[in-house]
Design a protein around this ligand. Structure first.
Ligand code: G3P
Length: 217
């Protein structure tokens, strides 16, 4: 399973990339706002750090304007993945951008039928938002199971990119279902390493090692 980080914070991205944990990055207009930077500059900086796909989202809602914005974003770097919303115009833009050989991430997916449409439009990635579905009292991971079944039934090549990930449990469930990618905030990715017994065991080993009076090397 690939790990993308869901942030436009260049410092956090550099840190995770240095750990060897990153396969890509996803951004959106809210994350660009949070970064305090300009979309073209921030995206360029991220693309210089991470070699994998870096999603940058169009903000137009009409097809031809989306295509213009996609052209601008695509010029930033070869690994920019154009993010479009799951609307009829977005699906039309997805098909057109894919035919030009670019990566496309179709975002704001909340139903299996929407995911089916994105696959038919040739999306590279479909982004179902599990956390926001949980927020309205429905199990977001059930949607991932449905999409996985549908994509397997028809051997669609669109990758399932689990988004709006809020917990380490979302990551585990996504992996058990066989999702292709998770995108999670930096803190959630870092929290995957945590286990109290690991900390306790390490403390014990270090204490016993000190008692031996030895050193290695
Ligand atoms: O990038 C889209 C998605 O991951 C947003 O997550 O936490 O704002 O629902 P969230």
């Amino acid at each position: 399973m690939k790990f993308f980080v869901d942030t436009a914070d260049v410092k956090e991205i550099r840190e995770l990339n240095d750990l060897g944990l990153l396969d890509g990055v996803t951004t959106n207009p809210s994350l660009i706002l949070k970064s305090g930077g300009k979309i073209d500059e921030v995206t360029r900086q991220i693309c210089e750090i991470v070699k994998g796909p870096v999603s940058a989202e169009v903000t137009a809602t009409e097809y031809s304007e989306m295509m213009q914005q996609a052209k601008v974003l695509a010029k930033i770097a070869d690994n920019v993945c154009i993010k479009v919303p799951l609307t009829l115009d977005g699906l039309k833009a997805c098909k057109a951008i894919r035919s030009e050989g670019r990566l496309v991430n179709v975002t704001l997916c909340f139903s299996a039928n929407q995911a089916l449409l994105a696959a038919k439009a040739g999306a590279t990635f479909i982004s179902p938002f599990v956390g926001r579905i949980d927020d309205i009292g429905i199990d977001g991971m059930e949607l991932i199971e449905e999409i996985k079944t549908i994509y397997d039934n028809y051997a669609f090549e669109t990758e399932i990119l689990v988004a709006s990930v809020r917990t380490v449990n979302h990551v585990k469930q996504a992996a058990l279902i066989g999702a292709d990618v998770v995108t999670a905030p930096p803190a959630t990715l870092k929290a995957l390493v945590k286990h109290p017994l690991t900390d306790k065991g390490l403390d014990q080993f270090l204490a016993d090692w000190a008692k031996t009076g030895q050193s290695i090397g």
